[in-house]
Design a protein around this ligand. Structure first.
Ligand code: ZN
Length: 85
């Protein structure tokens, strides 16, 4: 390795701000703070939780509900038509 051009690689402590989980890894910084980790991220836990701050999940749920309602209405109308024949 060429001298004087590589950053110092140290053992780093990673602290998750959401669940408080800590683990060690290698980094050029001795301490890392993360907002979400493999211990609490919904992808790994399989549970939905509030990572969201701007109400985006809520907005999506509301929008999706509208679409689902429309589809149900359409299906009901088609079923009625079919029954009338
Ligand atoms: Zn975490």
């Amino acid at each position: 390795m060429k001298k004087g051009i590589h950053p110092r690689y140290v053992l780093a402590k990673v602290v998750c701000g959401t669940c408080g989980n800590t683990f060690m890894t290698g980094s050029t910084r001795p301490e890392l703070h993360v907002e979400v980790c493999s211990n609490c991220h919904p992808f790994f836990t399989g549970k939905q939780q509030i990572v969201d701050t701007a109400g985006r999940v809520e907005r999506f749920t509301r929008r999706y509900q509208k679409t689902a309602d429309k589809a149900a209405e359409k299906a009901a109308a088609t079923a009625e038509k079919t029954a009338a024949r």
